[in-house]
Design a protein around this ligand. Structure first.
Ligand code: SAM
Length: 264
């Protein structure tokens, strides 16, 4: 790992560095990399995951925003394999261009303060990615993987599950990080669904519908979707306008969005 003697953890960049090798090994085992695969890591930090990955795989690209970590990463990476460092805010990185026609495996212990924006950004570039393995707040992973009907089910669940298979893998306690976060963490695998199996006619319309439906989750769809979908349009696809968003399946959201798209 990069020596952190001089490094002050930046809270604003969500810097909680892994220091338990057992957790690192578990992530690497979950990845089960095959020779020749391209791997990209978001937020390498001091390299807790980076260097074991590099040693196991030989070739790795990383995207890190903290300028203070770039030179130490470069120096420590020089002797360990091919480390390509992109110094940038991941939210501004065109992952599709980065893939250059060769989809890659994406991995990262994400900065928790911007984990949702990162997830939505990655969704926009899903064809660039074979799969993702992310460490996130456990509470976020619970929401990503939630089924309809419960309090965890919401916009994040519907948006991610419409485009990806979401598989929670394992929980990681705060003590595995320095400094420890206040919450449990969890590792999740997301595998983009094949493009031809995603039946969403208008992605922007679908996203806007889901956002509006969950904006006031205690209200009925008749109220929350007023101005976007009429009760008759809901009934046309078998949705009860008196129901709440949290009871609708992902398929029902897609059916309603497609219906609105075809009958504006
Ligand atoms: N991978 C390291 C580990 O497990 O010890 C560090 C993980 S730490 C939770 C998150 C990392 O993401 C930090 O290195 C932080 O500087 C970096 N980061 C924060 N915001 C970022 C952004 N917008 N783009 C790229 N990296 C970012």
């Amino acid at each position: 790992m990069v020596s952190l003697d001089q490094h002050r953890h930046k809270k604003a960049l969500g810097q909680h560095f892994l220091h338990e090798r057992g957790v690192v090994d578990r992530i690497i085992r979950s990845l089960a990399l095959r020779p020749g695969e391209r791997v990209v890591e978001i937020g390498p930090g001091a390299g807790a995951l980076t260097f074991p990955l590099l040693e196991a795989h030989g070739d790795l690209s990383v995207i890190e925003f903290d300028r203070d970590l770039i030179e130490p990463l470069r120096a420590a990476g020089a002797t360990r394999g091919k480390l390509h460092i992109v110094h940038a805010d991941v939210l501004t990185v065109d992952l599709t261009a980065l893939a250059a026609g060769t989809p890659f495996r994406l991995v990262g212990n994400l900065p928790y303060n911007i984990s949702s924006p990162i997830l939505f950004h990655v969704l926009d570039h899903a064809t660039a990615v074979i799969d993702m393995h992310f460490m996130l707040q456990k509470e976020v992973v619970d929401r990503m993987a939630a089924a309809p009907g419960g309090k965890d089910y919401g916009r994040l669940s519907v948006m991610l599950q419409a485009y990806c298979e979401v598989i929670p893998l394992f929980v990681v306690p705060p003590g595995a990080f320095r400094p420890p976060p206040k919450v449990d963490s969890a590792v999740v695998r997301m595998k983009p669904l094949p493009a031809d199996s995603i039946a969403i006619a208008d992605r922007a319309g679908f996203a806007a519908l889901v956002k509006q439906a969950f904006a006031q989750r205690r209200k009925t769809l008749r109220n929350t979707l007023s101005g976007r979908a009429s009760p008759a349009q809901m009934e046309a696809v078998g949705i009860d306008p008196g129901a709440r968003a949290e009871t609708l399946s992902v398929e029902q959201f897609i059916a309603l969005a497609n219906h609105l798209h075809s009958t504006p």
